[in-house]
Design a protein around this ligand. Structure first.
Ligand code: FAD
Length: 298
């Protein structure tokens, strides 16, 4: 482990293993882990965060690649977007590779990591709807070699949180060996940030379609009824094709589930229409979901 103290108040520790990083965090409760620094340094630069010490994760080789485990891939939290965007990774988990390729400009993709994307948990995090659709599980490293698992959906919903000195070490995702898509619409929310995104994952073994919508709510949304409905219409032993009107109906089903109409007033007065911006977003989600499923089935 290397430690630098450029100023008395700012210690930067560079551990070489996950357990060393956890130990450094446990020894310095005021320290903050930093991976690529793309989110963290933005918070520091804007004055939102003044960490007393940093524990850098960039030298931890064990979390920068992936390994295979019982039909799953165990992805290191230190995988960069650039690495996940490469063809060998795209052959394994196509939707995550597509999300990684869409995540910001090249300098952000070169530095930003999967673990940072998850822990920041921004609604616009591109990896998040893919991980939600894949029902990914986080392998969390804690003090004294402890490991525990948290479904990514629980972390993003705030149902479970990282405890002090814990780090996301790995992300376990199923290898489904079937088409997957990720599509993203961008607008005026920042450079390349999603206004809406949709991940669609086919699961032929379970004859199921998994879909998650990003950026329209604080966490990715799963339109479960729409998934079950469309999965029941697919000829899983045949060509899997669906008619254009079925794809459109799926898009609408997903969009209304994620951006519902305002509740009807109690007093029997006229229902309030969806505001124009929400209506526009709903149309965007419908178009993304229709195209994403169409491409996955093509
Ligand atoms: C200009 C710009 C454009 C961007 N565009 C996009 C975009 O289009 N799509 C997108 O999804 N994101 C985008 N981002 C956000 C950012 O690049 C990603 O969220 C990135 O994946 C964050 O990873 P990082 O390694 O840089 O995280 P860091 O900044 O190092 O860390 C982020 C947070 O996660 C914590 N952390 C990091 N790793 C771990 C770990 N293993 N365990 C526990 N905690 C950890 C840190 O303590 C910190 O709180 C953009 C950012 C910028 C500045």
């Amino acid at each position: 482990m290397t430690t630098h103290a450029p100023q008395a108040a700012h210690t930067v520790t560079l551990p070489g293993s996950l357990d060393e990083a956890v130990a450094a965090l446990a020894a310095m409760p005021a320290a903050v882990p930093v991976a690529g620094g793309t989110d963290l340094m933005a918070a520091v630069n804007s004055g939102l965060l003044r960490p007393a010490a940093l524990v850098g994760l960039g030298r931890i080789g064990e979390i920068r690649g992936w390994q295979y485990q019982n039909g799953h891939a165990l992805l290191g939290a230190g995988l960069t977007h650039a690495r996940m965007g490469r063809p060998d990774f795209a052959a394994l988990i196509p939707a995550l590779a597509a999300a990684a390729r869409a995540a910001g400009p090249p300098q952000i993709r070169n530095a930003g990591t999967l673990g940072g994307n998850i822990v920041t948990a921004a609604p616009t995090g591109d990896a998040l709807p893919v991980l939600a659709a894949l029902e990914a599980v986080l392998v969390v490293a804690g003090p004294e070699g402890a490991r525990r698992e948290i479904p990514v959906g629980h972390l993003l919903a705030g149902a479970e949180m990282l405890r002090p000195a814990e780090l996301v070490g790995y992300v376990r995702v199923p290898l489904l060996h079937a088409p997957q898509t990720f599509l993203k619409a961008t607008g005026r929310t920042g450079p390349g940030r999603a206004t809406a995104s949709v991940a669609v994952v086919l699961d032929p073994a379970r004859r199921y379609v998994r879909c998650a919508v990003g950026a329209v709510a604080p966490m990715p949304l799963r339109p479960l009824d729409a998934e079950a409905w469309v999965a029941s219409l697919i000829d899983w032993d045949g060509d899997r094709a669906l008619a254009p009107e079925v794809l459109s109906a799926f898009g609408d089903y997903v969009a209304v589930a994620c951006i519902p109409d305002p509740p009807a007033p109690d007093d029997g007065s006229e229902p309030v229409p969806l505001p124009p911006a929400a209506l526009h977003l709903r149309r965007t989600v419908a178009a993304l979901a229709r195209r994403a499923l169409g491409r996955a089935l093509a």
